[in-house]
Design a protein around this ligand. Structure first.
Ligand SMILES: *Cc1c(COP(=O)(O)O)cnc(C)c1O
Length: 375
């Protein structure tokens, strides 16, 4: 059954009110228990969930658990949001950036292996691989897992925007020891701000929960043997997550509908390609639908197209500017060619929200067709 917008709002409010009524407004309570249970059921055994106050915090907790410390090297996809790599630097470790391949826009297995070989020659064995499932698109996990096993380097999957995406019917975020989901405001479901660490073992789950609550040791007084963090989720926002889990499938379907809509809109337009799954092994939640513009064929750049849509109050975003090109990360090693750079230079993210009406879609389509037919 389809829940109406009004019903969705009622459930969110119901669970938040329940938390306040029961005076469970801190980092324990019924909403947290139920939200965690919903996620564990969704990802199924042996996956265990730790709820955090952001996806970034969950990435940080994964790195700590893998023992990443000062001067350790961590391989990280360059084509991503800065939050994928920031926690590497929080640990004073060294990000080694890797280019993408053009099919999924995610970490390129060939460059990844070349980087590992080169780091080994230099006498530094990388301690983890951060793979991102950009815009909801699963990375080539079969090849990446093989490399991870060959060199015994664990994977952290940044599935922040890929909740519900699968590769070979396996959920993004569940391929190796740690995966991360974000419930930030712009993600497929949101708790206003929040995240989840997916792990496999109870000890990992327990340790992450301890670290996320200031690493208080199990004593009758405040006792701390290691550095802790204030990373846990509040029971209030967990109520929003709990309600949104009830509409997750519907949200994914409408994001995929948006992707279909753009595929149809750009079908006969020379020089614009809609980013899509390479084959049936990949199932993207299509968190954001993206396009690439070949300006030689279209006669306009991504920037010009963005400006035109902006004039008509349609908001688009540039794709990630690769991290190896960011001033804050520019001193770290990079392995690759210019795939991620090319994506940044020619791509755009289109309005993809699950709340766009048919009228909105018709309007977007008419603005696009109008602009292109004038070129
Ligand atoms: C949103 C996002 C994050 C960070 O998640 P927060 O919950 O905002 O901390 C990390 N990586 C990627 C790819 C994201 O899209």
């Amino acid at each position: 059954m389809k829940l109406s917008e009004a019903q969705k709002a009622i459930n969110e409010l119901t669970y938040v009110k329940e938390a306040i009524k029961n005076n469970e407004i801190s980092n324990y309570g019924n909403n947290l228990n139920i939200f965690k249970q919903q996620l564990e059921t969704y990802f199924s055994k042996p996956n265990k969930i730790v709820l955090t106050n952001s996806g970034t915090a969950a990435i940080h907790l994964a790195l700590i658990q893998l023992g990443i410390n000062e001067n350790d090297e961590v391989l990280c996809q360059s084509f991503t949001f800065s939050a994928s790599a920031n926690p590497i630097c929080y640990q004073k470790a060294i990000p080694i950036f890797i280019d993408s391949e053009p099919e999924t826009w995610n970490i390129c297995p060939a460059h990844l292996e070349r980087a590992i070989d080169n780091r080994l020659k230099l006498g530094h064995k990388p301690k983890a691989i951060i793979v991102v499932h950009s815009y909801g698109m699963p990375a080539k996990m079969d090849e990446i897992v093989k490399i991870s096993e060959k060199y015994s380097i664990p994977i952290i999957e940044d599935a922040a925007g890929a909740f519900g995406s699968t590769f070979n019917n396996k959920h993004c975020g569940t391929f190796d020891e740690f995966g991360v989901i974000s419930f930030n405001g712009n993600k497929i479901i949101t708790t206003s701000g929040g995240g989840a660490l997916i792990c496999k073992m109870e000890e990992q789950q327990h340790r992450a929960n301890v670290l996320a609550t200031q690493a208080k040791a199990n004593k009758p007084y405040y006792h701390h043997e290691e550095l802790g963090y204030n990373y846990s989720m509040s029971n209030i926002v967990a109520g929003i997550g709990r309600a949104q889990m009830e509409v997750l499938d519907e949200r994914i379907l409408s994001r995929r509908e948006m992707h279909k809509f753009y595929t149809e809109t750009f079908k006969n337009i020379e020089g614009i390609t809609v980013f899509k799954e390479p084959n049936n092994s990949f199932y993207s939640n299509h968190w954001l639908t993206c396009i690439l513009i070949d300006s030689e064929k279209t006669g306009f750049t991504n920037e010009a197209f963005k400006k035109e849509l902006e004039k008509h109050h349609i908001e688009t975003r540039f794709l990630w500017k690769p991290l190896h090109l960011q001033p804050v990360f520019s001193n770290y090693p990079y392995y690759g060619n210019a795939i991620s750079e090319q994506l940044f230079k020619s791509g755009l993210c289109l309005p993809s929200g699950s709340n766009l009406s048919n009228k909105d879609k018709d309007y977007i389509k008419s603005v696009i067709i109008d602009f292109i037919s004038k070129k």
